[in-house]
Design a protein around this ligand. Structure first.
Ligand SMILES: Nc1ncnc2c1ncn2[C@@H]1O[C@H](COP(=O)(O)OP(=O)(O)OP(=O)(O)O)[C@@H](O)[C@H]1O
Length: 271
């Protein structure tokens, strides 16, 4: 694995002069739902502190691959995952891995905002509390505030932290869910069509937020919107019928892809 010092990573993030190190690596990933195979030998690297977009027509396996990255597929009884997925070089499917801890390191934001039916404060405080990340009420208050700040939501909710999270607008709820993921200090954030339930203004805010978050987090996003992939990602991976068609810098994927299926998909010929 390509190891760089923090300073070198910082420089590469700023200048994009060299390839960033690999944060997660999928090797020959195969996924089955019962008898049906949904992914075929997918090899895909996710680079540190970049946004990787997963695109492709409906049913091609984008969400399935995303869910492999924090073992969310474990929650689906009939689902079986083969191959290897590594986080910082460590196999996350190793039986010794604590899945709860893994999902704190690799957080997830879903298509439909899903705040807990509790206060805004409690939505954020829950994770740090169960993971034992804070030792006092004041430390917890700080985590809640800084997570909401990082999610660009603090100013909008600071006077009603003890009101229900479900009372917020859809876009605010989605930023609350992002704040909830951030609160446990993840390294990677997975987003499964995070804007599909949002209006254009709320979508723009979440996209802006994703762009800011990539300074500190590695992000993988599934999206049906080509415009969104082009706006927020630095790398794009194209899936088709359970196969990874190609992967590369987003600029290249959208202007000069190697594979005709990518060209056809991004120009709206299928999907
Ligand atoms: N829980 C499940 N049980 C059975 N089959 C499933 C399940 N989830 C997904 N599949 C199947 O796996 C394949 C890939 O689905 P997946 O949801 O990963 O695709 P996708 O590219 O994310 O699609 P979409 O863009 O429509 O969300 C599809 O054929 C789908 O029907």
């Amino acid at each position: 694995m390509n190891m760089l010092t923090d300073a070198a990573v910082e420089e590469a993030v700023q200048n994009r002069t060299e390839e960033l190190p690999v944060k997660m690596r999928g090797t020959k990933v195969r996924v089955f739902y019962g008898e049906k195979q949904a992914l075929f030998d997918v090899d895909l690297d996710v680079r540190q502190k970049q946004v990787t977009a997963l695109i492709g027509p409906s049913g091609c396996g984008k969400s399935t691959f995303l869910r492999c990255l924090n073992r969310m597929n474990d929650t689906i009884d009939i689902c079986r995952v083969e191959g290897e997925i590594a986080l910082d070089g460590q196999d996350i499917y190793d039986p010794k891995v604590d899945v709860v801890e893994l999902r704190a390191r690799v957080g997830m934001v879903f298509q439909k905002p899903n705040p807990f039916p509790k206060s805004i404060y409690e939505n954020i405080a829950y994770g740090p509390r169960i993971h034992g990340l804070v030792s006092s009420k004041s430390a917890l208050d700080e985590v809640v505030e800084s997570s909401l700040q990082k999610a660009g939501l603090f100013n909008e909710v600071k006077d009603r932290l003890h009101e229900a999270g479900t009372g917020l607008s859809g876009g605010q709820q989605q930023r609350l869910c992002i704040a909830r993921a951030i609160a446990v200090s993840p390294e990677v954030i997975l987003m499964d069509e995070p804007c599909s339930a949002l209006d254009p203004i709320a979508t723009a805010k979440v996209e802006e937020l994703i762009d800011e978050l990539r300074e500190n987090y590695t992000i993988v996003i599934v999206t049906h919107s080509m415009q969104q992939a082009a706006r927020v990602s630095q790398r794009t991976a194209m899936f088709h019928l359970g196969n990874l068609v190609e992967e590369g810098p987003t600029d290249k994927m959208f202007t000069n892809p190697d594979d005709k299926r990518t060209q056809d998909y991004i120009t709206g010929r299928f999907g």
